[in-house]
Every structure is written in structure tokens, then in C-alpha cells.
Design a protein around this ligand. Sequence first.
Ligand SMILES: Cc1ncc(C[n+]2csc(CCOP(=O)(O)OP(=O)(O)O)c2C)c(N)n1
Length: 307
Amino acid sequence: MLLMRRFDEAALSLVQSGRIRGTVHPYIGQEGCAAGVGAVFEPGDLMVSNHRGHGHCIAAGVEVDRMMAELFGRAGGSCHGMGGSMHIADFERGMLGANGIVGAGVPHAVGAALSLALDGHDRVVIAFFGDGATGQGVVFESMNLAALWSLPVLFVCETNGIASASALTEVLAVETVAEIAAAHGIASERVEGADVVEVRASAQRAADAIRSGGAPRLIECVVDRWGPHASRLAAMPDHRSAEDLAAARRRDPIARLREALIADGTLASPACDELDREAREAVEGAIAFAEMSPYPELAKTSGRGPW
Ligand SMILES: Cc1ncc(C[n+]2csc(CCOP(=O)(O)OP(=O)(O)O)c2C)c(N)n1
């Protein structure tokens, strides 16, 4: 979680200071979900991500050096600098790709799961998506096929209650995404995303059921995003109240875990600080790696350039 937090704080400031171009969607506040679900991700499992995908990539084990080089558009990136923040993929780690089109990764996960099922593997495909993706018909179609064919998909919806500028309550006819899963015959659990221990336990139950030949499952992680929807040079307006944002910050999954670890004697405060220092150093190292990495040679990657 610390690495995810420090990575995205750095990404945000790199865009705002103009050192990198494009847009990044900070995962700040939602780390409990990727860390909890990622804890049950095993070698051979697969994952698809969305536009807010840095935390998911870190959970899959993608190296932050290669992620940062991707943000800098450099050849050392996991997609040789040709993907950028919203298209980080690393097949060796099982990360099939982030995706800038809302909802579009979900059918990829179902396709990958069909392939695993046909080959007889006991692997799981984790599909991260946000509550806003439920406005996309393909998400319903994907759930339907996964349930109909008993495919090994763990759908993970990160419900932060807002899709860019649209509140979930204004765009969804039901109250929870778990209800959508139920309508497709998919068993689900709704968990507090700020409680990484609870998320992990829920993910473990779901993954065990899927690996033992069960049908797909869904976890709805109720999370908070208190950072901006996206970092751009010109800030976007945020429609949420200052009180709501302050309350979201108070539910910080990292602070919560730190307090719990100190309270039960697992880690002392200096050890927690040390972990944070290591995360900051890893991100600083990733920036140095990215800046030293050359730009991709377009002629080698495509006959006509990247577009
Ligand atoms: C098909 C499509 N429509 C609209 C957009 C613009 N857009 C980018 S992110 C986003 C909000 C998505 O909300 P959600 O899936 O809940 O994820 P969150 O940003 O809340 O993490 C929108 C509308 C897009 N990228 N793709």
C-alpha cells in the first residue's frame, strides 16, 4: 500500500510539474483494495486493470522501475514506453493490461478465463473495474457469460461512489454493484476497502471457491478516492464537498493498518516509518531509472510510428 501511495503521489506531482505528459489517475485512498486482492494473486493467475491501474499493477508484481519508465514514455517501460499510464501491461507478471476505455478490460478478463478453462488450469483472472463501469453494457454481458460458462473470474468492483463527475446514486438504478452480480447468479461479498485485512480474507474465500471449480465471484470493495479524478496540468473541478473529502481521508487504509499493527504489537512505529522510507526510495529510484532510459526507437516498434 505504501508503494502504491508513494508511486501515485510522485506521478501526480510529475504531471503537475510538467516532467511527464499526459494524464494519470491517482489511486490514492483505494490502496486497501488492490493490496488485499493482490495478496491472493498467485503465479499463473491473470489480471486486467482499468484507467486507475497503478495500484493494480504493483499488486500484480510489476516493477515500479518499469511502470515509471512507461509513464515517462521510455524504452525501459513494461510496454517499451508505447503504452503510458493507462495501458501498462506486463504479461510475464500476468498483468494483461490497464485500459483507458471504461469497462473494456472486463470482457478481456472473461476471454482470458475462457482460455484458462479450456486448457484445464486452476487459475483465476482478476478483473478490476470501477462502479462507473456498470454503465457499460459489456460489463453485464461479461458477467452473464462468465456465470453461464462457470469461468474462473474474480470480478472486483472498486465502488468509490463517483465516476469522474457523476455520483453513482444518480446513475445506477440499484444501490449496490453486488446486486448486479446477484442478478447474474454470481455470489458476491461487499467489503470495506479501507480494511485491507477484510479485503484479503474476502478475496481468499472467493479465489478458493473459484480455484476449486466454482463459478465466478464478485467482490465489491467500498473505497474512497480523495485525490483528483485525474491529474492534468489544468486541474479539473471536483463536485464533492470539503467535508466528504475530509471524511474520506480519515478512512485512510494505510493509517488504519499502521494503527492496527502498532496496537497488536506486530510492528513498532519506527519499523512502519522504515517501510515508508523504503517505498519512497523505491519510487525515487524508479524516477531515476526512467530518466536514464532512452526514448523508444519508433522504427523498431512500428513501421509508421506509434499511432
Ligand atoms: C467508454 C468511456 N466513457 C467515458 C470515459 C471517460 N472516463 C474516464 S474515467 C471515467 C470515470 C470512470 O468511473 P469508474 O469506472 O467508477 O472509475 P473511477 O474513475 O471512479 O475509479 C470516465 C467517465 C472513458 N474513458 N471511457
